[in-house]
Design a protein around this ligand. Structure first.
Ligand SMILES: [Zn+2]
Length: 88
């Protein structure tokens, strides 16, 4: 079983796309069981999407920016939930 640290490193570095099937399966199994890493993965995906929009030639319209901001903020934990119980 992978640790949260190993999974978060794999997700953040995008190694999961080049990993062999055993590593990808281990990451998927961990994500099935760990809500902290699932949340982290969603946040990384939102950040990636925001970066792609920022780097695109056509700037997002105000509605898109607002929806993206709201989507990111919805996925962030409340300040009180950002505790030391997370193993990430
Ligand atoms: Zn985890």
């Amino acid at each position: 079983m992978l640790t949260c640290k190993e999974v978060s490193r794999t997700i953040a570095s995008d190694e999961v796309t080049t990993a062999d099937w055993r590593q990808r399966l281990a990451v998927k199994l961990h994500l099935l069981m760990c809500r902290h890493c699932r949340r982290y993965t969603r946040q990384m995906q939102a950040i990636g999407e925001a970066a792609r929009q920022i780097l695109s030639d056509t700037p997002p319209d105000r509605g898109s920016r607002d929806r993206l901001r709201d989507s990111i903020l919805d996925q962030l934990p409340p300040a009180a939930e950002n505790d030391s119980n997370s193993r990430v």
